[in-house]
Structures are given as C-alpha cells and as structure tokens.
Design a protein around this ligand. Sequence first.
Ligand code: OSB
Ligand code: MG
Length: 373
Amino acid sequence: MNVDRVELSLLEMPYVHFFETSLGREEKRVFILVRVFGDGICGYGEVVADRSPLYSYETTSTAWAVLTEFLIPFVLGDSLVHPEEFYAEASRYKGHPMAKAGLELALWDLLGKKKDLPLWKIYGGVKTEIPSGVSVGIQDSVSQLLERIVSFLAEGYQRIKIKIKPEWDISVCQEVRKEFPDVALQVDANGAYTWADKEVLKKLDVFGLQMVEQPFVAYDLWDHSRLQKEMTTPLCLDESIVSAESARQAHEMGSCRIINIKVGRVGGIVESQKIHDLCQEMSMPVWCGGMLESGIGRAHNIHLATLPNFRYPNDLSASKRYYAQDLIEPPVDITAEGTIQIPESPGIGVFPQEKRIKQATLRHEVFRKKTSI
Ligand code: OSB
Ligand code: MG
C-alpha cells in the first residue's frame, strides 16, 4: 500500500451529557483524527488519547508529537506499508500505544477500501451483530443515576456498567439492585482503590455483578490477583492489560477472569488480535471497551468485536448516547434487541462527513511524501 499523504486533525466534540469517572468529570472530548491517503483513497483512524493524562500518560500533544516525529515519517517512506508491517516497525518505539493505534487503524481502513472488503472480514470476524452495553458515569445523585438507567434500558441496552469510586460504590449498587434486580450489571473503578479498601470491594460480591473492572492502579497485577482469590465476582482488567504478554501474566497470576480490549490502550489491531487469540486459548473471555470515540473510532471497534472470543456485551453504544451529531453516516444505532449490526461497506463500513469534521477541527496539519527530482 502506497501512502502519499497523511493528515492529522485535532477535533473537539461536546458530549450530550457530561461523563464522570473516578478520574474526573469531562464535558467534551478532544482527540486526533488520522487520515492516510493512497491512490486517491482515504483511510480513517482515531487516536483515543485525551487532552489530559488521566486514563493513561498519553495526551493529544504527546500523540501528535510521536506521530509527527516518528510514526508518520515511516509511513511516508518509500516502502509499501501494510498495517502489520507498520505494527512491527512501530513496536521498536516504547510506549505511546494510542498514537500507534490511531495510525494503524487508518492503514487498516485504507487496506479494506482497497480490497473492497469490510474490516470484519479481513480480521476473520464471525458475527453479523454484536451485543451492546452502556457505561453510565457518576451522577450528581443516585436518583439521577436511576433515571438514566431507566432510559438506557428502555432503549434496549443488554447491560449496564456503572462507574464507581470510594463513597460512590456500595450504597449506589444497593439502590441500583433494588430498582433493577435482574439487570446485567457491572462496575468500573478506573483504579480508584488500593489494597486498604479490600473489605469494601469484597462487599460488591453480594450484588451478582457480571464483573468488577479495574479496582486497582494499572501496574498492579499482584494486588488484583490477591483480591480475585478473595472475591467470587470475576475481576476484569482494562488499564492493566497493555499487551498480549501482560494478558498472559494476568492469567497466570489469576489477576482477572475477564479482559476488556481497547485498541488504543494496547497499540492497535494487531496487538488486540494477539490478545484475543491468546485469551481464547486460555479460556479467558474478552469484550470490547470504549473511550467515548467518535463514530470513526467506534466503527473500528465494532469490526474488532466480531471476533469469536468477544463474549460479553461491549461498551459500544449508539452515536446519540455520546454526541448530538456524530461524524459518520449512518450513525451507530442499536436494535430493539440491544445489538449493533455490522456494516458491510468496505473498510470501516461507514461514511465520515468531512463537513462535520471540519466544523469540529481545532488544528490541522498535512504531511506529504518527499518527492525526489
Ligand atoms: O474505563 O472503560 C473505561 C471512557 C473513557 C475512559 C475510560 C473508560 C470509559 C468508558 C466509556 O467506560 C465506554 C464507552 O466508550 O462507551
Ligand atoms: Mg474501564
């Protein structure tokens, strides 16, 4: 695949409703959109890094710098760039998985469009629809949380995930369970607890949760393994799993029983597939997490989530749950059964709306192949 031009755009999109986790409250999303051009075709990718290093150390500024200085020059070199080749080359550089993933995703979209195949077929996906869950942030009051859950359930979502943090945990779960005794429910702490909170966390076992996501800080596989031994509810790791190797180690240590795969967190589709395949061998189910992506990043996630070992509802919700107007047509919608149908058009299978992208753009830069005379 010949790439003759790469474009980066910094976009800002307001959420329809603020999103609060143990990391803080956000009213809008700032992220980088990557476009790669080759033979007149454009491939799109999204870098999920945020403005601030809260979820992980990456930011829009660090990703912009790593893309500009290291990753884009490789893609614009004179070789033909297959996304797997890009993955191998990008792996020489330490860290910065979100920057790497954004460009790799754009190359996959370009490849799909060139081959005239939707990405799920290239990845070996096996599903024509995937189950949809919704991640509900911390609200100003429990009654507001309950109201939001009612409306999401009415839309058909198959499971509810609520964000927890110290002081917004046990009593909130109690209220939610009282109101919705049978709903598929899970919680996500984004690393807000420490071993000293073990007794509080163990109390979560009474609520029949599908899983408890990332109670401790990302690097801490050890305390997760100690906690998992004392809890009946499966632990699910998000931030801790950064590669297939860390997935194997988490499995061997018994640090979790379920893994959340995010393309950005692990550095791209190739690494995501490695994690998926390894987890399948280890009988560890996975599901697809989200980073409140625009429809472009979400479309990429949807194709990935068609692989067979994605066995729980994903954090892949309808476009309108995040943004008043998404960047793609058609928007992502969920069926009455709470599923998302997989697009059949080539590449990401949905159509980015350049006019809307332009309206949301704060900064734009074009990188071209150096032409030799
Ligand atoms: O931990 O899963 C998380 C959003 C931003 C950062 C971290 C997380 C989340 C979500 C939202 O839970 C999932 C979604 O995109 O719907
Ligand atoms: Mg999470």
